[in-house]
Design a protein around this ligand. Sequence first.
Ligand SMILES: CC(C)(COP(=O)(O)OP(=O)(O)OC[C@H]1O[C@@H](n2cnc3c(N)ncnc32)[C@H](O)[C@@H]1OP(=O)(O)O)[C@@H](O)C(=O)NCCC(=O)NCCS
Length: 115
Amino acid sequence: MEIIGIGTDLVEVERIKAFAQKSGALKRIFSTEEINYCQARKNQYEHLAVRFAAKEAVFKALPFEGVAFKNITVINLESGRPQVVVKDVRANGLNILISLSHTRHYAIAQVIVTK
Ligand SMILES: CC(C)(COP(=O)(O)OP(=O)(O)OC[C@H]1O[C@@H](n2cnc3c(N)ncnc32)[C@H](O)[C@@H]1OP(=O)(O)O)[C@@H](O)C(=O)NCCC(=O)NCCS
């Protein structure tokens, strides 16, 4: 196993809250599953913010350019553990490891890509 990329991103929850309140904004960046997951939780903006951080961190860690944020999604296993799905053939064969954390004000994502 070889580490081929790392990425990290820190997001202010308030920034995502302002973004989310613009008409149609969420659907441009987040999948329906991501939106549903976040909106079912007490502070949806923390969960949206951490997913935005996840997309940016994955973007930084991937060894190629130009993947659309909508094609980088986070799903949660039954345990709550997050997993990344990248819909881009160039990501085939890559393992993308992610860890997320959020508070009322900040959300952070850390990513390691291996193959
Ligand atoms: C899972 C746990 C580590 C999350 O830590 P936290 O400080 O509460 O919250 P953080 O903001 O740091 O992390 C939240 C993120 O951790 C991730 N996460 C949740 N469960 C996880 C798990 N089992 N493994 C790895 N990551 C996990 C998720 O991405 C979550 O964000 P999301 O819901 O928006 O996707 C914490 O709840 C814990 O210690 N759980 C174990 C014990 C426990 O509470 N069990 C519950 C049943 S009794």
